[in-house]
Design a protein around this ligand. Structure first.
Ligand code: DC
Length: 223
């Protein structure tokens, strides 16, 4: 039996950085489920599908295949066999992903893939519904959050360090709009599972959060 770890939380709480660090420390495989949703959104944008039309989205995604591969511990998202890692982090893809991830057919398409991965290997999987819907029996569930202010500030720093000319208020508004959309959809909304441990990273550094989750894991192992 595998011992999967579920990490859920809003955009920008640091889930991916922290889950990646924890994976290295405890020799787990890190699975970024958001990247799978992003690959589907990219496909729909490329095909010019009207993403507000659920039926059109359902029809368009029937024949696509999303899968994951790993190279030097990096997750590679394959969309019909093409490595799309370089194309799925744009603001346009982020926005479209949040929109299309509310559709039942989109979620169903990825659910089995995610469950199969967790059944075969020890994974730390990050997303929005991992502890509530994908892996309700996960060995450890963490709900990682931070204030929208702190999350927007991290994103702002990241982008300005890259030399991008961005506005803090715009970023904060985008973060809050995504939170709202992800938490208010009907199917598998973003929400803390009852048995998840809440970690608020607003005033914590990456190392501190990583260590806190590793400690929770070690405690469970010993219990
Ligand atoms: O984690 P991320 O920012 O890459 O996720 C992108 C979007 O995908 C997010 O706005 C909501 C959606 N998502 C989801 O609905 N369920 C998941 N398990 C992961 C992501």
């Amino acid at each position: 039996m595998t011992k999967p770890i579920a990490v859920d939380g809003p955009a920008g709480a640091g889930k991916s950085t922290i889950a990646k660090n924890v994976a290295k420390k405890i020799d787990y495989i890190y699975v970024d489920t958001g990247a799978m949703y992003r690959a589907i959104a990219l496909y729909l944008i490329r095909q010019g599908v009207d993403t507000n039309d659920e039926e059109k989205v359902s029809a368009a995604i029937k024949d696509i295949e999303v899968s994951l591969d790993y190279k030097d511990h990096e997750q590679i998202v394959l969309l019909n066999g093409e490595n799309v890692n370089a194309f799925i982090r744009t603001p346009e893809v982020s926005k479209t992903t949040s929109l299309i991830s509310k559709y039942g057919d989109v979620r169903t398409k990825l659910l089995d893939l995610q469950r199969n991965m967790a059944a075969k290997k020890n994974v730390i999987m990050d997303g929005r519904d991992i502890g509530t819907a994908v892996l309700p029996d996960a060995f450890l569930k963490v709900f990682l959050t931070a204030s929208s202010e702190a999350r927007a500030m991290r994103r702002y720093k990241e982008l300005t360090e890259k030399g991008e000319d961005v506005n803090f208020d715009d970023i904060k508004r985008d973060v809050e709009a995504r939170d709202y959309q992800d938490s208010h959809r009907e199917i598998a909304p973003l929400k803390q599972a009852e048995d998840a441990v809440l970690v608020d990273s607003s005033d914590m550094g990456i190392e501190e959060v990583t260590d806190a989750i590793c400690t929770l894991y070690q405690e469970r192992i010993k219990a």
